[in-house]
Design a protein around this ligand. Structure first.
Ligand SMILES: [Zn+2]
Length: 257
């Protein structure tokens, strides 16, 4: 198993695909189509039949959003190069429960759900990997329910920034205040105040269209325990998918406290 940087250079740039052995990847490689996803692009709406699965590559990030009847939107999961967007556990061709949109533009590999399903039937490794990934997504969503109910906005904001940073592997997050406000389900002006506080403490630098992480360790200390809980679950369930990039001591210490 190679580390994350090698996989990014030599592989597809999607950790789930790149962790597969060549024989398993060979079952789906002929059907993978590389595409460029645009920011704001809708991959599917709630109720749509999901017959295509996307594997984000590099810095590409998508989100699963729940849309209320009055139009309010809240994010329920963030998915980047560590995962896939679509009917991972099901055989595809089932109605989506949420909307999936592209948050950060970039490349992805697309495959028909039926092709992936056929490969899962041929390969226990692919079946196991997708089932384990689905368990991680469920963990992320379950934790977010508790997080949204129990934790203050500054801690949730720090958690979200760390989650995005893990997925793009870069200190410069190409996100606007509006984008971040929608992800956290708060007003933009309120979110700007929260970012201002984090900036005053030297944790981030917020500029037009970018949030720069200045101190990851300090952000982990401000974040609620939810970041580390979910991240460590990914590391345990999908061993090696994130490579050597583990949460640092701040996050681990928070879990032990
Ligand atoms: Zn939390």
């Amino acid at each position: 198993m190679t580390d994350a940087s090698e996989r990014t250079l030599k592989g597809t740039g999607n950790f789930l695909l790149d962790v597969l052995a060549p024989g398993d990847l060979g079952l789906i490689a002929p059907f993978l189509q590389r595409v460029d996803l645009r920011q704001g692009q809708t991959l599917f709406e709630a109720g749509d039949e999901v017959n295509t699965i996307h594997f984000p590559c590099g810095q590409t990030i998508g989100a699963l959003l729940v849309v209320m009847r009055n139009g309010d939107v809240a994010e329920s999961a963030t998915i980047g190069r560590e995962g896939a967007i679509g009917g991972i556990v099901s055989q595809g061709n089932l109605p989506a429960f949420s909307r999936a949109v592209v948050q950060i533009a970039g490349p992805a590999y697309r495959i028909e759900a039926a092709r992936l399903q056929a490969a899962k039937q041929q390969s226990i490794a692919i079946r196991n990997l997708m089932a384990r990934y689905a368990d991680c997504i469920l963990a992320q969503i379950v934790q977010s329910v508790a997080c949204n109910a129990l934790h203050p906005i500054d801690a949730r904001c720090a958690r979200w920034i760390l989650t995005i940073q893990d997925r793009i592997g870069n200190d410069h997050l190409p996100v606007t205040h509006q984008f971040l406000a929608e992800a956290l389900g708060v007003q933009r002006t309120y979110l700007s105040r929260v970012l201002g506080i984090l900036q005053k403490r030297g944790l981030v630098r917020s500029r037009r269209g970018t949030v720069e992480v200045l101190s990851r360790n300090a952000l982990e200390e401000v974040s609620c325990e939810c970041y580390a809980c979910v991240r460590l679950h990914y590391d345990k369930v999908l061993i090696g998918v994130y490579g050597e990039q583990n949460p640092t001591n701040g996050a681990r210490a928070k879990l032990k406290a």
